[in-house]
Design a protein. Structure first.
Length: 368
């Protein structure tokens, strides 16, 4: 069941890019969480198309409708259904793509798997599918806020332009201060210029989104197959256009010795066990250790581009394709809230699983 994610905090997304609408059903949300459509809308506005000169010009308000699970501004503990109706489709732009496969897109593989696909807009392989994830992530964030957890993602790199950002201090306000969602102002300007340049050439570029989760309690994670970093990797790698995942030191850690890489322990003034460094990225043995969780997600260049490329038809005939439609020249700015949402879904699910298995540990042990 590839459209369902999570164990106790469980979501199922639905809908195609050019269908009647897209949405999500969230099951397992605790009752009595204060929640409004406006709070969910804030997150959806961060991912919606047409928000700036460097995103797709598709003009969708992405207004969310809460169909169930909330009464008088509080969750009921029953399934929450959220719907966003599609308004601005241009399905005629996909006529060629009904038979011509886009290089590096999901057209050929969907045909091979199902024998049918929703051609217009890319169907479920479109990033529009992530609306349900972001809406559910907004609710997961509300649950996590009760435990003091804060999640902030941002654009770390676009192509070869890499920003200098401290994950321990970066704020949401800094991230949202510019349209590329890079809290390094000087680098952000260069990123914006590069994205516009590539878009003007009918091409696309990729990059890296970094995400930090702060004040995560110790003890989250279920060894061995549901280790916290394993679930985080699956979550973010299920997003469209993702090609790589790192946590903590990531691949750079392979260049170090054990004595260089190990995070030495100490006891802080409050008597809590901490680490001097954080090369582990907040997770050890698949379990959160109370330090900041820091991950990085690589996104490839957008597959659908206006530049003419060689391809084949669904009958194997060699042809060329210069794709039409309205597509992001770089997915990174809109991917930021998507990454936050998936991290929130994983942490919320594991928080509830920890409470179910181990309860709320006393002061001096794990505080949940």
């Amino acid at each position: 069941m590839g459209s369902t994610f999570g164990h106790l905090f469980r979501i199922s997304t639905f809908g195609e890019s050019h269908g009647g609408g897209v949405g999500v059903v969230i099951d397992g949300c605790p009752p009595l969480i204060e929640l409004s459509a406006e709070e969910i809308q804030v997150e959806l506005d961060r991912r919606r198309p047409g928000q700036s000169k460097i995103t797709t010009p598709r003009n969708e308000a992405d207004h969310c409708e809460i169909l169930s699970g909330i009464v008088d501004g509080k969750t009921l503990g029953t399934p929450i259904a959220i719907l966003v109706r599609n308004k601005d489709q241009r399905s005629q732009d996909y006529t060629d793509m009904a038979v011509k496969y886009r290089p590096s897109h999901a057209d050929a593989t969907y045909d091979a798997k199902y024998g049918i696909r929703a051609v217009a807009g890319g169907g479920r392989s479109s990033a529009r599918e992530t609306i349900g994830r972001v809406a559910a992530g907004a609710i997961a964030k509300k649950v996590l806020q009760q435990s003091g957890v804060e999640i902030v993602a941002y654009v770390k790199r676009i192509k070869d332009l890499e920003a200098a950002i401290d994950p321990n201090t970066v704020t949401l306000e800094q991230v949202e201060s510019n349209i590329v969602r890079c809290p390094d102002p000087d680098c952000a300007e260069r990123m914006i210029d590069l994205i516009q340049q590539m878009g003007g050439q009918g091409d696309s570029i990729g990059g890296v989104v970094e995400c930090v989760a702060r004040r995560v309690p110790m003890g989250l994670g279920e060894p061995v197959f549901d280790k916290l970093e394993a679930d985080l990797a699956k979550a973010v790698m299920s997003l469209p256009a993702t090609k790589g995942f790192e946590i903590g030191s990531g691949f750079a850690g392979t260049l170090m010795t054990g004595s260089e890489h190990n995070d030495e322990f100490y006891t802080d003034e409050a008597g809590r066990i901490r680490t001097v460094t954080n090369r582990s990225g907040g997770v050890q043995g698949g379990i959160s250790n109370g330090e900041n969780i820091v991950i990085r997600v690589a996104f490839k260049p957008t597959a659908t581009i206006r530049k003419e490329q060689k391809t084949v038809t669904n009958t194997g005939e060699a042809v060329t394709l210069a794709a039409k439609g309205r597509h992001d020249p770089c997915v990174l700015p809109r991917a930021v809230p998507m990454v936050e949402a998936m991290v929130a879904l994983v942490l919320c699910d594991h928080l509830l699983r920890q409470r179910g298995q181990c309860g709320r540990r006393e002061e001096g042990d794990i505080q949940l």
